[in-house]
Design a protein around this ligand. Structure first.
Ligand code: PNS
Length: 161
């Protein structure tokens, strides 16, 4: 059974993430979307539970997806889950240096290979941090994130106001 891990912060999940998850699901028997639990990371907008909930909602149409969380090393979680591959989206050359370094480190640590999927051009400028910033100041992000995420962003920033 070929199991892929799609890891990330997903704070929040964007249409770019979803595109990568959907395309990964076509190539693997099972895809585990692995949300990092990082209590020390400041500036997270959504809790781990909220990030997982949104991911479950937007991947509900895909039968071979499982949303989990992990802490510590990604490769330890991958081994624990029996995953054979890590899959990441590459948006631009600016992603490449760091992603290559992480892929090589993960390979050295565990022997698990990382596969890169090129982001669809309509999503290549998207990042969770930009979406958060635009939404915080009232910008329209409805073409960039799923509907449920738009609603949660609005709720979250209304609470702040
Ligand atoms: O969505 P992000 O924040 O770009 O995701 C980064 C993530 C979670 C994939 C990366 O930080 C990670 O794998 N962290 C787990 C800790 C780890 O294994 N570090 C060594 C990486 S070589």
């Amino acid at each position: 059974m070929a199991i892929a891990l799609c890891p990330g912060s997903f704070d929040p999940v964007t249409n770019g993430h979803l595109d990568i998850i959907e395309r990964t699901a076509r190539h693997f028997d099972e895809v585990i979307v692995a949300v990092i639990y990082n209590p020390k990371k400041t500036g997270s907008l959504f809790t781990l539970e909220e990030r997982q909930e949104m991911l479950r909602e937007v991947t509900a149409h895909l039968p071979n997806i499982r949303v989990e969380s992990f802490k510590g090393l990604l490769v330890d979680f991958a081994k624990e889950q029996g995953a054979n591959a890590i899959v990441k989206g590459l948006r631009a050359i600016s992603d490449f240096d760091y992603e290559l370094q992480m892929a090589q480190m993960n390979q050295r640590l565990s022997g698990i290979d990382t596969f890169f999927i090129s982001t669809s051009p309509q999503h290549s400028f998207l990042s969770s941090s930009l979406v958060r910033e635009v939404a915080r100041f009232g910008g329209d992000v409805s073409s960039m994130v799923p509907k449920t995420v738009v609603e949660r962003l609005v709720q979250s920033f209304n609470k702040e106001a």
